[in-house]
Design a protein around this ligand. Sequence first.
Ligand SMILES: Cc1cc2nc3c(=O)[nH]c(=O)nc-3n(C[C@H](O)[C@H](O)[C@H](O)COP(=O)(O)OP(=O)(O)OC[C@H]3O[C@@H](n4cnc5c(N)ncnc54)[C@H](O)[C@@H]3O)c2cc1C
Length: 305
Amino acid sequence: MSAFDGLVRGVMPLIPKRVMWTVARRYVAGAELSDALARVTALRAEGFGAILDVLGEGVSSEDGARAAADEYKRALAGLGDADRDTPISVKPTHLGLLLDPALCEALLDELCAAAGAGGRRVRFEMEDAPTVSATLEVFERVAARHGNLGCVLQSRLFRTADDVERLIGSTPDLNVRMVKGIYLEPPEIAWTDAEEIRTNFIARVASLLDAGAFVALATHDDEVAERGLELLTERGLGPDSGRYEFQCLMGVRRAFAARLRDAGHPVRVYVPYGRDWHAYSMRRLAKNPEIARHVMRALFRGGDR
Ligand SMILES: Cc1cc2nc3c(=O)[nH]c(=O)nc-3n(C[C@H](O)[C@H](O)[C@H](O)COP(=O)(O)OP(=O)(O)OC[C@H]3O[C@@H](n4cnc5c(N)ncnc54)[C@H](O)[C@@H]3O)c2cc1C
């Protein structure tokens, strides 16, 4: 950790909640479902797709996991029949993975059934390395019952190459969001070099495309997007192929997302909301100083590229 990272981590908890909100509101739709639905509508009017996420993770009780699932059901009802396109994105530990994988699996089953009835998809997210095996086990079982469930794989992890091969064999209609991975993992199990993480991202996307999977390239990295577009072109996969999309986080590199949209590519923007926004933001910041740096820059400089 650099001296700057140390300074940033030390300063973040001292920033008052209302000041944090002036920054967080760029990345978080609001505390309430109505805030998120308004944002989804606005994004769709601008030609973007959306992804709805209820903030929260690591629940410590069965009631907490059930409350998370209930909020997702409320969100699905709120999206209503007018919007069958917007998927929900769910963190495994928000549904109680760490408490009881069977509970998590049952709740994910319910969400897939509720979303599927409205013609919508569900994305089962990926969290830190100790949860990856349990997450993929739950994913594979639920995906065997619900064709509308997709997963996330992290190019930072060495294991992801094997996970891709296994999922290609085990899961028909495989739908993967490829990310670098937001959790900083130890060098024994993950690449730490930015170029290696990029190279693995592109190699895994290529394997998935070649196996016929749908791939969501979730990145704001110009080079990864460029190399991803080359892979698509080489395979003759255009915007109407229905085989890929780009995904970006709300408030991050809006000009980058707009460029992809203007070039005709499908782009979805991740819209997180929930009363847990402050605790969630602080946990994220504590785990990854890189994000804290983005927040500090936004606080003091603003701007976008
Ligand atoms: C839709 C979506 C869903 C995701 N889901 C998961 C998941 O389930 N599990 C998981 O581990 N990770 C997830 N991630 C996060 C992902 O793993 C990366 O941490 C994140 O996308 C940053 O990596 P990057 O590819 O954009 O490249 P980077 O090199 O990190 O970023 C490229 C450029 O984008 C800008 N940028 C990136 N992030 C931010 C930010 N937070 N604030 C301001 N500027 C920023 C910076 O200008 C940076 O230089 C998700 C990301 C997206 C877009």
